[in-house]
Design a protein around this ligand. Sequence first.
Ligand SMILES: N[C@@H](CCC(=O)N[C@@H](CS)C(=O)NCC(=O)O)C(=O)O
Length: 211
Amino acid sequence: MSLVVYAYPPSVYCQIIRMALHHLGLTAQINEVDPFSGTGPNPHPFGLVPTLRDNDFELWETTAILRYLDAKFAKGTLSPSAPHAVARMVQVQSIVDTQAYWPLVRMVFAQRVVAPALGDTADEGCIADGLARADPVLSALNDIAGEGLVLAPGTVTLADIHLAPMIGFFNAAPEGAEVLGRYPALGRWFREITKYPSYRDTCPPLTRVNS
Ligand SMILES: N[C@@H](CCC(=O)N[C@@H](CS)C(=O)NCC(=O)O)C(=O)O
């Protein structure tokens, strides 16, 4: 087996793929590319990360990569088979990509956590906008966690793996942690998922959880 991931180690999408690999007991060579500065040969047609290569099979889009790893290496055990549950799982993955990533990570985390770490001044307006945009997203995810078809204690699906790093990045900003505290089902789910070594061991330094 020869798995290669083209990834940017500090990025949330890199953690998602690394969490999936860790959870499945797989190792992969990480070929580092920085999509923000454009350094490193990047096979992704849109200049993003991640891309997975499995021998001569190349795949990008995180949802597709997760499905591939699950199908090939876990016999689909990270995807529920019941219609309602599998639909919820895909729904969570779609919410993460279309609604959560920008406000949680690119607006709140990037400005509150990354900017000062780089010696830059945080854009407070961007943080306020991000928090406002995050609220309905967290509310929807809280409803899904409360329903219990996915994001449920004791069961890990691709929805957990896709969502946990996003919430972890958001939670690293004090305002993010505070907002998360208003959503009990989502907060409970997050505390449970952070106990998994596949989550803890793959957190990049700025989002590392205390043991
Ligand atoms: N839909 C893509 C999104 C990937 C994505 O946005 N990756 C970020 C890294 S966290 C990126 O490459 N950003 C570079 C940029 O926006 O220029 C996926 O699911 O893989």
